[in-house]
Design a protein around this ligand. Structure first.
Ligand SMILES: *[C@@H]1O[C@H](CO)[C@@H](O)[C@H](O)[C@H]1NC(C)=O
Length: 365
């Protein structure tokens, strides 16, 4: 009897070890362009390490543009999602817009060595391959916010201006005070907390966690209703409906190489312990020759306002705009996309510097 239960225990442990080992082995990615793999249907540039980045150009022609802007898409998204800027503004200001699939998403090759730094050098190499000139503007939305921080840290000399729209925050930024982190973390749904905890403390298990079916995973990661405010949901369901109807966005394309190289890498890099802290970044424009802005909704359930305010307070050269009613869909609200771009490109001296907590999005109409 005793021997039997011991045997059962040993078998159970062996099974568990075996499962844990398998769980930590990354699945083989689907190879772009290979037989049976997803076809490559976008123009791509080749990087120094042999990988390719897929891109999409919009707006006025690159050669004649007055402004050249590179956009970083969010989580589980691609270059097809675009950015909500009006055609009138694009033509009025002469804006060339470059969208690209971040490494491992869409038609861009996966990068097994992906890091905060490689995300910045990818952008630099892309800009050089397309001859965007010495300096260019960058706009990072949501999860595309952290590559924008990377650019500010690693390639500030290449930047003409930076806008962060509802940029993702990391509860484990090295210099984030524990009380700020705790307050923000406590506001999350318990399923999000569990998932983010795994992304930080046991990143090699994140893929198995997201792939399992026994426990419900994060509404934020899944993009479910619970992750959004009522207003977000209205705006986004309408946006997604339009995107589906136009056929421009294929929701399956973001993760066509598998979620390991796209979603898991994104989440584990964002929630890792960074080698730099955003609050220690030096002002890239000490002479006021460029704008760095953060746009945040007070009601955002995905990106907590407490952390955003803390970072903005520490960086007096960042223009912080907080909308009292907006959630995570802030950039997609009427006219907000144009305001973000107008301030980024024209400076607009009316806009106050530093932390501003009142509603400045509505002041000028
Ligand atoms: C964190 O603690 C500091 C100093 O004690 C305090 O000023 C700040 O308001 C606290 N922040 C939060 C979000 O609790």
């Amino acid at each position: 009897m005793v021997a039997l239960s011991k045997l059962a225990l040993v078998s159970a442990v062996a099974l568990l070890v075996c499962w844990a080992y398998q769980a930590t082995q990354p699945p083989a990615p689907a190879i772009l362009g290979a037989p049976g793999g997803p076809p490559i249907i976008s123009p791509r540039i080749r990087l120094k390490d042999g990988r390719h980045l897929a891109y999409r150009e919009e707006g006025v022609r690159r050669e004649t543009a007055r402004f050249r802007v590179i956009f970083f898409h969010g989580f589980s998204s691609t270059k097809e999602s675009g950015f909500p800027v009006s055609q009138e503004l694009v033509e009025e200001l002469g804006i060339y817009m470059l969208f690209f699939d971040r490494a491992g998403y869409g038609d861009s090759d996966a990068n097994p060595k992906r890091s905060l730094k490689s995300d910045a050098t990818d952008v630099e190499e892309l800009a050089d391959a397309l001859q965007l000139g010495d300096k260019f503007y960058v706009v990072g939305c949501s999860m595309g916010g952290y590559p924008a921080w990377s650019c500010l840290n690693y390639i500030p000399h290449r930047l003409a201006g930076v806008a962060l729209a509802a940029p993702a925050v990391n509860y484990w930024w090295p210099l984030l005070p524990a009380n700020v982190s705790r307050t923000a973390y406590a506001k999350l749904d318990v399923r999000d907390r569990r998932t983010f905890w795994i992304a930080h403390h046991a990143p090699s298990l994140l893929h198995a966690w997201l792939a399992q079916k026994w426990f419900r995973v994060s509404p934020i990661v899944r993009g479910e209703r619970d992750a959004f405010t009522g207003m977000d949901w209205e705006i986004l369901t309408e946006l997604w409906r339009k995107q589906r109807e136009s056929g421009q966005v294929d929701p399956a394309k973001a993760t066509q190489q598998g979620i390991y190289e796209s979603l898991c890498r994104d989440a584990t890099i964002l929630f890792s312990t960074w080698e730099f802290d955003p609050t220690e970044i030096k002002n890239p424009f000490p002479g006021g020759e460029g704008v760095v802005s953060i746009w945040q909704g007070y009601e955002d359930k995905i990106v907590q306002v407490e952390i955003q305010r803390y970072v903005a307070q520490k960086l007096p050269w960042v223009r912080y705009h907080e909308h009292p009613e907006a959630g995570h869909a802030l950039p997609d609200m009427d006219g907000v996309g144009d305001k973000i771009i107008r301030e980024l490109l024209l400076g607009d001296d009316e806009a106050p510097r530093g932390l501003q907590l009142q509603n400045d999005l509505h002041q000028d109409g």
